[in-house]
Design a binder for this molecule. Sequence first.
Ligand code: SF4
Length: 455
Amino acid sequence: MNVSDSERVATDLASQGYQITSDAASADIVLINTCSVREKAEQKLFTQVGRIRQRFGDEPVIGVMGCVAQLEGDTLFKSAPSIDFVIGTKAVGRVDEAISNVIKQRTGILPNARDAARHADPMFESHRSSKFAKYIDVGEREIDYDWSVAEEQRSSKFVAFVPIIEGCNKFCTYCIVPFSRGRERSLPAAEIVRQVLTLMREGVREVHLIGQNVNSYRPTTEAGLEGFKGSTPFSRLLRAVAATGIERIKFTTSFPRDFKPDIVEAIEENDNLCNWVHLPVQSGSDRVLKAMRRLHTIDSYKKRIDRIKSSSKDIALTTDIIVGFPGETEADFRKTVELVEYSGYDSAYIFKYSPRPGTPAFEMGDTVSEEEKTSRFIELERVQRDVQRRRLQRYLGRTVSVLAERESSKSTDDISGHSTCHKVVNFRGSRDMIGSIRNVRITEVKSNSLYGEVC
Ligand code: SF4
């Protein structure tokens, strides 16, 4: 979601005449996009801001966007006085206004007449403790916000992210996202389909429908879904996007409670719906799941993965797991180990629990010692590695369809891409293959990737 936000901000700024550079040394304005899902996000931000000021002095304007900006708001100015502006997660369409206001305060010159009208904006705040005045906007998204991304601002020419839902209503007790991204809001299907058709014309071959919970998709209008079957708006959307004819469609992340069998049916019916599902279980213990407020039980989760695993399309299953949640006992942890062995994940992101101030779990204390969390983490990683090794062996000798995305970082003789089942696949090839979809026969299975040869 953050990469997607950055792409849209770059699109907007470029359309206003700014030149986008990834080289901080040559930048007049540095934008830092922050994520607060992992630990110590604020600390990392302050270190980054300090480094920029140390290397480049007072000159560059520094703006902070993303979840830390939304959650911390103007307290960031107190913690790091050299930050010039703060843009919340829904205000990303107004970064140009923030820049204009900061430049005006620094130089006394309003960049254009439109900015003159905004000069009396109440969002403008003067923090006398710092050298320059500050600007903050953590307001709501514009009704006519433009979700499209210009071709030159996409991080890949051939793969594009398409947000279909933003925010989250689930309030898992450990998670800050409902506070940093707000409540769920689904984009109209007609707008999503229009974006996918535009991306196809621009040469994109794979789209990722993204959102905190894609399968909780509930637009306020039927526009774009008419005539598509499905028991939920999400499965109807999958069919509508598949009907565009784009070659590959992936989606992430799915919320287990809302994962209906109909999603698997849509994947089976449409060749361009890829055979990969990411379904974060978080724990193998019902007691812990209840404390996490995940709204699924292990029994209901197993029913869903049994349906996924029985699919004729050999769907790759991946997950997220937290170890050491407050109150997690050794017996709870054993259930997680059992679940990992049962589920046969192709890969799993395993995290040690870390408390997030402002979440209900923070009030539960951090009851599992760091030592215990580490030992559970290491054991679960080992179990998953074994499971993964066994699971990935099934690809040996098989032919998979790979979108060639870039030269491999390890060898210029190799090309790297992703299969429809979202595995990294490297194969012998040349740069002119980049952007094409190739059938690759797998000759070697590595711990986190596959190697093969073009058939
Ligand atoms: S479903 Fe839970 S973990 Fe996922 S974003 Fe929402 S609150 Fe966070």
